[in-house]
Design a protein around this ligand. Structure first.
Ligand code: ZN
Length: 215
């Protein structure tokens, strides 16, 4: 019988963050509290950045409801527990819609969060129609994290356009918007089955509301 040499446990950065004698349970409690703190930090940051923005629905609802909904969908429907995805979801519109810079995100949340937010950020210098076409074209090339954020974003937007649409959007524009999300999501598939199934349900429900004239 060949005896395997006893190896020292690998000193990963994850282990080094905690005193080596800490019991396992306590260690995971600390990790959990780090996660909660990081998510709350992102929520606070996004809430401050979006504080003056409202959606264009009848209730003129606070914009921050949208990124919160996207992150909640990822966790509840998509089963996401990855901190970069959840923080990225909360922050996903900060560069595009507020004065936030990529450098600021990196300083506060690290390079991975910066990268994923940049991936889902449109170039606002381009005309709207071009940006919408580019979203369809770019979708298949996004990272797995960015794809999931984008699907949750589309779910949230389809729900809004169905239930609480901008007051100046005629029915046709709402239908066209739903069709456009379907083209974007086509390029995002294969990253999270639960989210994809949920998107399909929400899209179907949305279309039947708009077609029934219940909207
Ligand atoms: Zn969004």
């Amino acid at each position: 019988m060949v005896e395997m040499p006893l190896r020292e446990p690998e000193l990963t950065t994850n282990v080094l963050r905690f005193p080596p004698t800490l019991p396992l349970q306590l260690r995971s409690d600390m990790e959990e509290s780090n996660t909660v703190t990081s998510i709350l930090k992102a929520l606070r940051f996004a809430a401050i950045k979006h504080r003056d923005q409202r959606r264009k629905d009848a209730e003129v609802s606070p914009y921050i409801n949208h990124p919160i909904e996207v992150a909640e969908l990822l966790a509840r429907v998509g089963g996401a527990t990855d901190l970069v995805i959840l923080q990225g979801a909360i922050l996903h519109d900060t560069i595009e819609d507020t004065q936030t810079t990529p450098e600021e995100l990196e300083a506060e949340f690290g390079p991975e969060v910066r990268r994923v937010v940049e991936e889902v950020t449109d170039d606002k210098r381009l005309p709207k129609a071009v940006r919408k076409r580019l979203q369809i074209e770019h979708a298949p090339h996004l990272s797995e994290r960015a794809k999931q954020i984008k699907i949750a974003d589309m779910i949230s937007n389809v729900q809004s356009v169905t239930e609480t649409p901008p007051t100046d959007w005629p029915l046709e524009r709402r239908r066209d918007y739903l069709d456009w999300t379907e083209q974007v999501v086509a390029g995002l598939r294969g990253c999270n089955q639960s989210l994809e199934n949920y998107y399909d349900q929400i899209l179907e429900g949305g279309r039947s509301v708009l077609d029934d004239g219940r909207a």
